[in-house]
Design a protein around this ligand. Sequence first.
Ligand code: ASP
Length: 335
Amino acid sequence: MKRRHFIKNASLTGVGLAVGSTIVGCAETPSEEKKSIIAAATTKASLPLVIATWHVIDATAKAMEILQAGGNALDAVEQGCMIEEANEKGQSVGKGGLPDRDGNVTLDACIMDKHGNCGSVVYLQNITHAVSVARKVMEDTPHVMLAGEGAKQFAVSKGFEAEDLLTDASKQAWEKWKVEAKYKPIINIENHDTIGMLAIDKNGDISGACTTSGLAYKMGGRVGDSPIIGSGLFVDNEIGAAVATGLGEEVVKTVGSFLVVELMRQGKTPQEACEEAISRIVNKPNSDYKNFQVGYIAVNKKGETGSYSIHQWFSMTKFQDGVNEQIQSDYFNKS
Ligand code: ASP
């Protein structure tokens, strides 16, 4: 289901979407059910917990299954992200991801653990589970990042199967795009998706992962923020973690996820830190923010969470205390 449709349907059915500590579309006194959604959306520090960018309840459910069984946060974020990578209907991650302007599906991903170890792949082709290749880079090589053909050869050497990632649906969308072939970063949220996931396990340890096919119809060779440690993702097990989505160029220019974590180190809540990181982008002189989207989600060591974006329609999926829900993010551009 498209996100906009989900949001509309949810408010009609009374399921409700939480924004910070309020429920969208509920002026009346909240029912007991709504109160419990409000509680889960705010700052309860019950562990384990998992959060992810966008509406990915199957992915957070998988991660929580691992965490509840006593698994660690690293396994949880990897396997949670793998659900979306394998989902051919999602056109922004892994198999079925929208291609670049030449019709090539190229993937970027990274992962980071509680020790500050990290691994990343950029411009990876023909391998669905980019996040797992990133983990192998972290664990089985002395390096942090592998790119392109080298990353693919490494993956194949580790037993990953090479396959065609361009599905019929994505090929058709690309053919349609080619008619006008306009390339400009637009707000269209359907074209700006990344699965970023952060988890805290029962031991209180944090890990994160991020995986994407990047900007749809990008220039060949383009790499965004998602595989760049500190931009698309950052984890500091003493402080917390953050992950980004949206126009990667803008995230890279402000080293966004590292910034969010450093702001939490200075005492800001995850929500305040995400808002400050967005304000660094929109308050630049001559910022063109009306024409692009960026969103952050963050968690601190206490298990408090936050999310914030430039424009409406960004959301976070959060699984905590038995509630797996989509939480609509607050946003900057209310004009
Ligand atoms: N951040 C990703 C990129 O720029 C895209 C996205 O989040 O949709 O590649």
